[in-house]
Ligand binder design. Structure first.
Ligand SMILES: [Zn+2]
Length: 1008
């Protein structure tokens, strides 16, 4: 840092401090450097593209000139935010690399690649002295981030804080239709590197600004393609961005828990690797600037209160300063609750930093258009005293003005208070380590004797990716753990707790050596605690519209035990930190037959498809080999060389595998490797994208087809054994069948010279046509000819409503409230191959509480109830006594059948006589899995009026001709979180031609 820069910075500090409290001095605070020339042409264009003077600020209504450093104009051909210009990621990067060559204040780093191989970058901007020594600075920040390295010594920390500058990490365009951030960040970097105004100088001399201009790079390039198509066809409707990233769209901002996407891991590794203090993510959906960090209640229960105070400080300062600029529509409180840790920015909140998020106003492209707001957007509220205008001509430049101004205000405030925030960073890290002895818990223990090492390893892999340390015990540990207690329920069916919980009773529990321990005395204990704990959202919480899922407890979703231990003594157990690559299995001898236990391990399907040339069969009964129990559904592999087997097993090492010389004596059926098609609609590909991602990650081959293919393909059965129709996401059956309205122009999604990034995953000349009635008919024939159709949520509803699932109906919702809740289920048909390996209650994810009823007749609901009057009328005796008529003998009626909630109403002879709707006994729907009883239904999240869901069918197999339609009321494959329910789908795949060979559950019928 040069002497003059330092002196000016120091002088600036006093001015800024004073000015925060004195509006009269605004001009002074934001004064330009009078000695620095202004880029007149660039400045003129900024003002020309800004639609109203008040939609800009003294910070961004000019651009300082530089004789050496290029402005964004060099790459864009016009200024940042100019109309009609949307750069590809590559162009954005080339600008940052130009900046790097021209200025010692800019450094560009590659931080990884996307699923489609595109580069992701982070750009550091700071004074040359800071950038030259950024590694030394980082070494100090690393110590503050892990106070164990300085023996938790506050005095040492204070010295480190004094010598260090913070890192503020800004991420742009995770959401591809939110297009403004890249150009705003290009110009922001230029300003930070070039502008000599005291306000900006202070920032670059007191902190490092780190910028990832494009987070969703694959989606950005597709969005630019769409925009180019739009400009080439100005009077036509343009295609919606049906694919953003390779797998998911908007949900890329819900991946911060399981980190399944490359962009999530790249951003987290950058944030943690730089020991940054802030992760600030830029979005565009709310007029004109919603600094949504403060958001609304409920706040995530695992946050450090120091952080929630920091949110308030920075957020309200933002509103205050921009209000002084006279910029309308800036506010910070709003309808975003801060409960779920799935958002990208929340990586910081869960790793001792500060999460921040802006929603600015965007036009989904670079057109300047008149925007008409809704009353909810422009009304004045207590937190939005200066609301946005009801109607406004809005440009991308306006958006860039708001984004840059707000960021500069935040950066300056952060720089002014750098020491406070660095000290807070240290304190939050230290408090994370002190957890066992204050809030607790002390640790989570994942017992060594977990049935499925495969699922357990998948959970540990996520924790490791979250930079959490994992230890393995070398001796047994005995601790006391709470005994699970039942909750009392009110009779009205509501799930509000009526009784205060009693003091928890405890029991002693011993964990064998080899158990995994997630210690809470480590810097990133907070994320581990948040992921491994359970969530409770009170039914009468004042927040009536949860922003996202209300429950996410990963052990429940992975069906893996993780015991919350509060006794700090557990940490005294002998244990070692597990290095990369967790515990591998053993297999001795050169065997020729291999048996693999089925504990509902997701990797079983990986193994099956790796063993293309082997003979694989499925055990129809449990057996024991080498003292090892093998449950029904275990795999037996023959006709394979030892080396081939070892190579496959190397990729699925945590499956319980034993090599044998002679096959076990147990009845089997063949496990073919069936041919799978995944069918998607052109309405939305996100929710199915999570299925596609799971299949890809687990090495399950499939053809990716769409509803239009099925509409024209009349012999699906000759090509496929299984069609997966994963959820579309709130699609109505009519939409799936009809698609988009056919008026207007065609909406192509395909690779052309104009749109080189479209059509790579799937393509069509026109996205509008849906499945059509021919498609429904082709699906019906596919199943009737022995195919298996797998459906979930809205596609299960589609199957029911189009007659593909005779005897199944959707339960009416009533007052039931489920919002992304984790619910417990119970196995109904343990013989069904779909349920192989499931021996315990299974937790499933439910988006909104869908469940099914089954009937022995088609079109029926639960079953015919002829007339009412099932209840005892007024008469003699008590309610359970027969009411005997006077003057004749009493004739006792047959006892009324009382089926369970998930069972069909049995039919008597009267009801079946001459009734064409009666489904023949062997073809009636089979309930495989049902929701648990009400008192044990809720696992995590929000549940109200659970009695309307309790005991109802969750997974049903409906017969249609020779085939089956499998209906999931839950979503078994979702956001990389529902690992425990994946094998429901995989079991169905592996046993697709064997799902009906077990006799149907006996029906308690009096007739038929
Ligand atoms: Zn967004």
């Amino acid at each position: 840092m040069s002497f003059s820069a330092l002196a000016r910075g120091a002088a600036m500090f006093c001015v800024a401090f004073f000015c925060l409290h004195a509006a009269a001095q605004i001009d002074q605070t934001y004064a330009r450097d009078p000695k620095q020339a202004v880029d007149q042409d660039y400045t003129q264009r900024i003002n020309q593209y800004t639609t109203l003077p008040e939609l800009n600020s003294p910070l961004t209504n000019y651009l300082p000139a530089s004789s050496t450093v290029p402005t964004p104009q060099k790459v864009l051909g016009d200024v940042s935010g100019a109309p009609d210009i949307l750069p590809y990621a590559e162009d954005v990067y080339s600008y940052f690399r130009m900046l790097e060559s021209a200025s010692p204040r800019v450094k560009v780093f590659t931080i990884g690649h996307t699923e489609e191989g595109r580069e992701m970058i982070a750009v550091a901007v700071a004074d040359e002295s800071l950038l030259k020594n950024y590694k030394e600075n980082d070494a100090r920040l690393a110590k503050l981030a892990d106070p164990r390295t300085i023996n938790m010594n506050d005095a040492t920390a204070a010295d480190l804080v004094k010598q260090s500058v913070p890192v503020y990490y800004i991420t742009g365009t995770i959401h591809s239709p939110e297009t403004g951030a890249p150009t705003a960040l290009m110009e922001l970097a230029y300003r930070l590197a070039v502008d000599d105004s005291p306000y900006i100088q202070f920032i670059r001399t007191h902190m490092i600004t780190l910028i990832t201009p494009v987070v969703e790079v694959d989606g950005r390039d597709r969005m630019v393609d769409i925009y180019k198509w739009h400009k080439a066809h100005p009077s036509e409707n343009y295609p919606r961005l049906v694919y953003w990233g390779h797998y998911v769209a908007h949900d890329n901002n819900r991946d911060a828990m399981t980190l399944t996407l490359d962009l999530s891991r790249n951003v987290l590794n950058t944030y943690v690797g730089w020991h940054a203090q802030v992760l600030h993510d830029l979005h565009e959906s709310v007029p004109f600037l919603y600094d949504n960090t403060i958001g609304d209640e409920p706040y995530n229960a695992w946050l450090d209160p120091i952080l929630t105070n920091e949110w308030q400080m920075i957020g309200w300062n933002n509103v205050q300063e921009m209000t002084k600029f006279g910029m309308p529509g800036v506010f910070t409180h709003g309808d975003f609750d801060t409960w779920s840790p799935g958002y990208l920015m929340f990586m910081a909140a869960m790793h001792n930093g500060i999460s921040r998020l802006y929603e600015t106003f965007g036009n989904g492209g670079a057109d300047t258009v008149e925007r008409i707001l809704t009353p909810g957007e422009y009304s004045r509220t207590w937190f939005r005293q200066n609301p946005p205008y009801p109607k406004v001509k809005w440009s991308q430049r306006d958006n860039n003005n708001y984004e840059e101004t707000a960021l500069l205000v935040s950066l300056n405030y952060f720089a002014q208070n750098a020491q406070t925030f660095l000290n807070n960073f240290y304190l939050k890290s230290k408090r994370s380590i002190l957890k066992p002895n204050d809030s607790g818990p002390a640790a989570y223990v994942l017992p060594a004797n977990e049935d499925s090492k495969d699922r357990q390893r998948m959970l540990l892999d996520i924790l490791r990716a979250q930079h959490v340390e994992i230890s393995e015990t070398t001796e047994a540990a005995t601790v006391s753990v709470p005994v699970k207690q039942k909750r009392d329920k009110k009779d009205d069916g509501s799930d509000k707790d009526t009784k205060k919980p009693e003091q928890p009773k405890t029991e002693s529990r011993t964990f064998p050596a080899g158990s995994y321990v997630i210690r809470m005395d480590q810097p990133y204990s907070r994320i581990a605690d948040a992921l491994l704990d359970r969530q409770y959202w009170a039914p009468d919480d004042p927040q009536k519209t949860p922003y996202d899922d209300t429950g996410w407890s990963l052990p429940a979703l992975f069906s893996v035990e993780a015991v919350r231990v509060t006794e700090p003594a557990v940490l005294k157990t002998k244990m070692e930190i597990v290095p990369e690559g967790i515990g591998y299995g053993h297999m001795g001898g050169k065997n020729s037959i291999f048996v693999i236990a089925n504990h509902a391990d997701p990797s079983l399907i990986t193994l099956r498809y790796l063993l293309k040339n082997a003979t694989v069969s499925v055990a129809d009964a449990p057996f024991t080999e080498n003292g090892q129990q093998f449950p029904v559904g275990s795999l037996i592999v023959k006709d394979i060389s030892y080396d081939e087997m070892m190579s496959a097993w190397g990729k699925t090492p945590l499956l319980t595998t034993v090599g044998l010389i002679t096959p076990p004596s147990v009845p089997t059926h063949p496990a073919t490797a069936p041919r799978i098609a995944m069918m998607h609609t052109w309405l939305g590909t996100q929710t199915e994208g999570w299925w596609r991602q799971a299949l890809d990650k687990l090495g399950v081959p499939f053809d990716y087809i769409n509803t239009q293919t099925v509409s024209s393909e009349d012999d699906l059965r000759s090509k496929y054994d299984i069609i997966l129709f994963a959820p579309v996401g709130f699609a109505r059956t009519a939409q799936i069948v009809q698609g988009l309205p056919m008026w207007g122009n065609a909406l192509p999604w395909k690779k052309t010279d104009l749109t080189p990034n479209l059509g790579r995953i799937d393509s069509t000349d026109d996205m509008r046509p849906g499945l059509g009635y021919s498609g429904v008919d082709h699906l019906r024939r596919f199943v009737e000819q022995g195919g298996l159709l797998i459906t979930s949520e809205d596609t299960a509803q589609f199957a029911i409503e189009t007659g593909l699932a005779p005897g199944v109906s959707v339960t009416s919702h009533g007052d039931l409230k489920v919002v992304g809740t984790l619910l417990s289920t119970t196995v109904v048909d343990p013989k069904s191959p779909v349920l192989y390996g499931y021996s315990k209650p299974l937790t499933v994810y439910s988006e909104d509480g869908l469940s099914f009823n089954v009937s022995n007749t088609v079109g029926g609901t639960r079953g015919p109830r002829f007339g009412t009057g099932d209840e005892r009328p007024t008469g003699r005796g008590g309610p359970d006594d027969p009411d005997t008529p006077q003057g004749r003998r009493y004739i006792a009626p047959d006892e009324q059948p009382k089926p369970k909630t998930w069972e069909p109403m049995p039919l008597n002879e009267e009801q079946t006589r001459n009734n064409p709707n009666v489904i023949p006994a062997g073809l009636r729907p089979l309930v495989l899995l049902r929701y648990a009883d009400q008192d044990s239904l809720l696992v995590s999240g929000l549940l109200d009026h659970g009695n309307l869901l309790a005991q109802h069918a969750a997974v049903v197999a409906a017969h249609l001709g020779k085939g089956l339609v499998l209906l999931f009321a839950n979503n078994p494959i979702y956001r990389g979180e529902t690992i425990g329910s994946y094998p429901l789908v995989f079991n169905a795949i592996l046993n697709f031609d064997h799902l009906t060979s077990t006799p149907a559950t006996p029906q308690k019928t009096t007739g038929q």
